[in-house]
Write a protein that binds this ligand. Sequence first.
Ligand code: MN
Ligand code: MN
Length: 293
Amino acid sequence: MKNNNFFNMSKFMGMDSSYDTADLVVYGVGFDGTTSNRPGTRFASSAMRNEFYGLETYSPILDLDLEDFNICDIGDLDLSIGNTDIVLDEIYTATKGIVNDNKIPFMIGGEHLVTLPAFKAVYEKYNDIYVLHFDAHTDLRERYNNNNNSHATVIKRVWDIIGDNKIFQFGIRSGTKEEFDFALNQKHTYMEVGSITTFKKIIESLADKNIYLTIDLDVLDPSIFPGTGTPEPGGITYKELENTFKILKQYNINIVGCDIVELSPDYDNTKVSTITACKILRELSLVICNNKS
Ligand code: MN
Ligand code: MN
């Protein structure tokens, strides 16, 4: 582990390229305005910056090192918290700027709704795009709490934009009957991400496509990841998730936009959930940069 200098304390370790030279741009979006159950995801990115120091920059599983890639952590977006529509616009504008500068955006949520404006900005550049969605929940409601734009509707709003056969969901184990009927009709929802053969087959078929990857961290089992607002038993292990990263690397998948969402650090006083989120950030950053170069 590099003993970093004092001035980098607020940055994710090994993500200290200048913005101009960066291929991957990491930014925090502390928004949890439509959270229905237990709020707190707004604190995720700042908690992660504090815990990242326990991690090495090198990943033995991937045999890749953060120090070999150009990654810039630009910190947290300054958001107009309290007004959801304005916040969504601000996320869209920030992401659009990164994409227009030919860099790959990697957003740290926040609640899952933040994926919508980020995805929109990426979609406008890469029209032919597929979405990989890891989650415990379908997030396919048409409306939730009288709201079209919610963490519980976000993937339906993404579907509104890209339509059938473009979204692949993994680890899903919670939703209404209507959501499951909708998803299963599309043949794109997989309840078991543990079925690594299925995952591999799908990834193989996407090998030459542009991918937007969104990971709702509650896809992990709450016994290993209790730090989230809507924990749902029956989830995957870290090892299973890690295997999917290896497969993304193996097939050289071209990830053009990415986010991890729904860490709510204060529900896990051991901080293991926060550290797990940090490790996922490291592994995915490595895969994205490696596959790009
Ligand atoms: Mn979820
Ligand atoms: Mn979700």
